[in-house]
Write a protein that binds this ligand. Structure first.
Ligand code: F0G
Length: 458
């Protein structure tokens, strides 16, 4: 018989997790004001809040930790990271930062001014936050297919070139400091961008005279999808594809907590020496000296090794097949999902799951809370709470999709955990008609409210 697919690693170290009772979870949830960010991690059995910083490092990454160079300036760890960034992305210069949003803070301090316009594909919330914080505007130019959860498109992260051109044509170009392309597009469901689209976006940017910056948190997963879905890339290695992708970018911001499989870290890559030099000033102010920028030497070492492992096909295939395994299991139970499945997560379509709940009662958050109550599985709302209020009108922004993201940490859970998650969600789906009331806000922060919001049942 044909041999089945199996993981490309075995397990050397384990961490105990404990199940809880529904009664316990009811108390804990109340104490957390129905905000899953407020739960202690020990109250969670399977934690799918994020795939960010939650991965399991390899034996090679741990051994790199032991040989980190903790020198303040010119550490070998920095030089090693610089060489691998050059090898993978082709960028001569980089700045280390402590995580992705810190990279955004440094780069956007240089590039984004009051009144600017930054087009992109469904900007991630910290990216949008850093744009709006500077009184600039993020304009979403994602293709329309991305907003239809059941419509198939191999590259739902793509930018719509007509929408993009309208922004570039109708605004003075000096007001558009760059286009941001998020790889994969987290906010629209972990969906990839095709090489063709990257090339066209870059071409358009150069025609109008602006830059392209890749928000690169899941660049390797994006490259995997290019390899398996886009004509002409089947025979290329992930590293070759990555190299080609970055010929269409002027700079990159990176949250290394995803595809570099570390618990903390980030960086900015630059093709332009002058931009690197100017950004260095902000890095020194906000992060640290240019050769460590908020990271210890051992962390830079683990990150560098993680970049090399994270761009291996076997690793990516294991990872993305696990996401698919969960998606297929949920589909068999009839659970409404966003398709095709993303690279790092399964997104439940809360509007179809709970059609009775009005949008004013936070449909996706209601579903996330029910899933936690059912089985101690923690996902995250990608809906109205996350979309936040309009910075000018202060009205709620209602996004086209209300999603619950079940993000899979890298190399952490087994497929038995996937079966448990699928059964938990299926049980909620069985009793969906009894869930008729949502949530209302008691307290919220003026920006990025989803992290700290307090809610109660309507
Ligand atoms: N860009 C994207 C596409 C992200 O998904 C994230 C983080 C960031 C930037 C910011 O990076 O967390 O290192 O500061 N995403 C996490 C998530 C938080 O759960 O999706 P960071």
């Amino acid at each position: 018989m044909e041999l089945p697919f199996a993981e490309s690693y075995k397990i050397k170290m384990v961490e105990t997790i404990r199940r809880s009772t529904r009664k316990e979870r009811e108390v804990w949830l109340k104490e957390a004001y129905n905000n899953l960010f407020n739960l202690r991690s020990e109250y969670v059995y399977i934690d799918l809040l994020t795939d960010s910083g939650t991965g399991a490092m390899s034996d090679k990454q741990w051994s790199e930790m032991m040989v980190g160079d903790e020198s303040y300036a010119g550490a070998s760890s920095y030089l090693k990271m610089k060489a691998v960034i050059k090898e993978l992305f082709g960028f001569n210069d980089f700045l280390p930062t402590h995580q992705g949003r810190a990279a955004e803070n440094v780069l956007f301090s240089l590039l984004v001014k009051n009144g600017d316009i930054v087009p992109g594909n469904s900007h991630f919330d910290t990216t949008k936050g850093h744009i709006e914080f500077r009184h600039a505007h993020a304009v979403d130019c994602t293709i329309d297919e991305a907003f239809h959860p059941t419509q198939y498109h191999p590259f739902k992260g793509n930018l719509d070139l007509n929408k993009l051109e309208a922004v570039l044509k109708n605004n003075p170009i000096e007001k558009v400091p760059f286009i941001v392309v998020t790889l994969t597009c987290n906010s629209s469901g972990g969906q990839p961008v095709s090489m063709q689209n990257l090339k066209e976006v870059y071409g358009m940017a150069k025609k109008y005279g602006t830059r392209v910056i890749f928000d690169s948190a899941r660049f390797a997963e994006n490259a995997y999808f290019i390899k398996i879905r886009e004509d002409g890339f089947q025979a290329k290695t992930i590293k070759e594809i990555v190299k080609e992708m970055y010929t269409y970018a002027d700079a990159m911001t990176m949250s290394s907590k995803k595809d570099a499989i570390v618990n903390m870290g980030g960086f900015i890559g630059f093709s332009d020496r002058k931009m690197y030099e100017e950004a260095s000033v902000y890095n020194i102010m906000f992060e640290g000296f240019v050769t460590y920028g908020g990271m210890s030497g051992r962390d830079m070492n683990a990150l560098t090794q993680g970049l090399l492992e994270g761009t291996e096909f076997d690793y990516l295939e294991t990872r993305i097949k696990q996401v698919e395994y969960l998606g297929e299991s949920l589909k068999r139970f009839g659970v409404p999902l966003l398709e095709p499945f993303g690279g790092h997560a399964i997104f439940l379509d809360a509007k179809r799951f709970l059609p009775e709940i009005p949008k004013e009662e936070y449909i996706a958050q209601t579903l996330a809370v029910e899933i936690y109550l059912e089985g101690g599985v923690r996902g995250v709302e990608i809906g109205t709470l996350l979309a936040d209020r309009d910075p000018e009108t202060r009205e709620n922004r209602y996004p086209e999709m209300e999603l619950v993201r079940l993000a899979l940490p890298r190399r952490v859970y087994t497929n038995s955990h996937m079966d448990y998650i699928a059964a938990t969600v299926a049980n909620v789906f069985e009793r969906r008609n009894d869930i008729t009331k949502g949530l209302k806000i008691l307290k919220e922060a003026p920006i990025m409210r989803h992290f700290t919001v307090e809610l109660e049942r309507v």
